[in-house]
Design a protein around this ligand. Structure first.
Ligand SMILES: Cc1cc2nc3c(=O)[nH]c(=O)nc-3n(C[C@H](O)[C@H](O)[C@H](O)COP(=O)(O)OP(=O)(O)OC[C@H]3O[C@@H](n4cnc5c(N)ncnc54)[C@H](O)[C@@H]3O)c2cc1C
Length: 385
């Protein structure tokens, strides 16, 4: 009988957890190694587009996520000062009918917790910071900072933008600092003292923008995320606090809705926005990469976690049914299926035009990672939005 491969996943972000959950559904032996000592619920929202929702549906999370997430009627784009509408992409029931899955907004911590609930405690090792890997013909040894080791038939590097595994495969190279900053936070709507705001709007300024939306179906928590020039700030840290005075000044002159939200906001996190060009390859032997580790992107299409979760499903499907000797071939196949799409999304995000004018989102939202043919996709140019 074929022996299923034992897979080690490094990183328990959205991508690593989705990969672990999917592989477990296929009966694989999976261990997840995460450097953090615990999962913190940091104030941030996340948009789950229909392509991402399909992943969650396949993992059995649909009823849970629907029970609390907010379904916006549209993705609205407005001019920063006058509020004039630039474009309004129908979401709500219209998107659900068109794509067969909803477009939802929720707290990032709630999505992470939902995915984590699918991975049993014994498969998740916290406080394990990977430092090195050794590949042999019959498997991989993982080395951790505390001196411990683990052995697996295949390793998935889901360790984020500054991936140690990416560095080990492709050599050191820092991601590009864009010189722009995401200020973001979630706070109670009650702080707006009854002032009404849109359900989901991106306010487009000449060189900066801000996106504001609700993160639950009670509409009692609001989230915003900015992209604003601050060339001297290069830190990506969930604990870094931003200065409210600086933030409010940066958006002086924006529409009253923006001013009111920023005035009411009690505190804010500050995060440097980084990206990479598509990588030449993701896989070496029995080791491959997934999510931000191989295709970090600027967040202007709200697709980073969606791409990581799609990767997870396609990778698990490629591994499904293979034995320990088939890991390398499965990883190479996965890369061939996924690289064209994620590169296209990376490059389209970079343009920051998504939903700023007439946009056809079908190629992004219509994708189904559970059924897409497992065949290599030819490279194409970035999409004209
Ligand atoms: C401002 C902003 C807004 C965004 N909004 C959206 C959105 O609305 N929708 C969307 O789909 N995406 C969004 N994204 C993108 C999304 O957050 C990321 O693409 C996604 O979190 C990537 O998931 P990941 O699992 O690949 O990496 P990560 O979430 O970064 O997880 C990597 C994990 O690996 C661990 N790790 C790192 N190194 C090691 C090591 N050496 N050993 C062990 N563990 C390690 C880390 O601690 C971490 O837990 C946004 C991003 C930003 C910056």
């Amino acid at each position: 009988m074929k022996k299923k491969p034992a897979i080690a996943i490094v990183g328990a972000g959205m991508g690593g957890l989705a990969a672990a959950a999917t592989l477990r559904r296929f009966g694989c032996d999976v261990s997840v190694f995460e450097q953090a000592t615990r999962f913190a619920r940091v104030g941030a929202g996340i948009q789950v587009s229909p392509n991402a929702f399909r992943v969650l549906r396949g993992l059995g999370l649909e009823p849970h996520i629907r029970s609390f997430a907010f379904q916006p009627p549209s993705w609205r784009s407005r001019v920063w000062d006058t509020g004039e509408e630039k474009f309004d992409y129908p979401l709500g029931p219209a998107a659900e009918k068109r794509y067969g899955a909803p477009y939802l907004q929720l707290h990032r911590g709630d999505l992470h917790a939902a995915l984590a609930s699918l991975v049993p405690k014994e498969a998740l090792r916290l406080n394990q910071r990977l430092t090195g890997i050794d590949q042999a013909a019959d498997g991989v040894t993982l080395h951790f900072e505390d001196g411990s080791r683990a052995r697996a038939d295949g390793v998935i590097g889901a360790d984020g933008t500054h991936s140690r595994i990416r560095e080990l495969l492709l050599g050191p190279e820092k991601p590009a600092i864009t010189g722009r900053v995401a200020y973001r936070t979630v706070f109670p709507v009650s702080l707006l003292n009854g002032y009404r705001i849109d359900d989901h709007t991106k306010w487009w300024g000449p060189d900066r923008h801000i996106v504001i939306y609700f993160v639950n179906n009670r509409k009692d928590e609001v989230y915003f995320v900015t992209s604003v020039p601050e060339p001297d700030w290069a830190l990506e840290s969930w604990s870094a606090q931003g200065d409210l005075g600086t933030l409010r000044k940066a958006y002086a002159g924006f529409h009253e809705q923006v001013q009111r939200v920023l005035a009411a906001c009690p505190q804010v996190h500050k995060w440097a926005i980084v990206e990479r060009q598509p990588l030449p390859r993701w896989t070496e032997g029995r080791v491959t990469l997934l999510g931000d580790a191989c295709h970090p992107m600027v967040p202007y299409m709200a697709q980073g976690a969606a791409m990581a979760m799609e990767d997870a499903v396609v990778l698990a499907r490629c591994l499904d049914g293979c034995d320990r000797d088939g890991v390398q071939e499965a990883f190479t196949r996965y890369e061939g299926v996924r690289k064209e799409r994620t590169s296209r999304v990376q490059l389209t995000s970079h343009l920051n035009q998504w939903m700023g004018g007439n946009t056809n989102a079908d190629w992004v939202y219509g994708y189904d990672a559970w059924t897409v043919p497992l065949e290599p996709q030819p490279a194409r140019m970035p999409a004209a939005t």
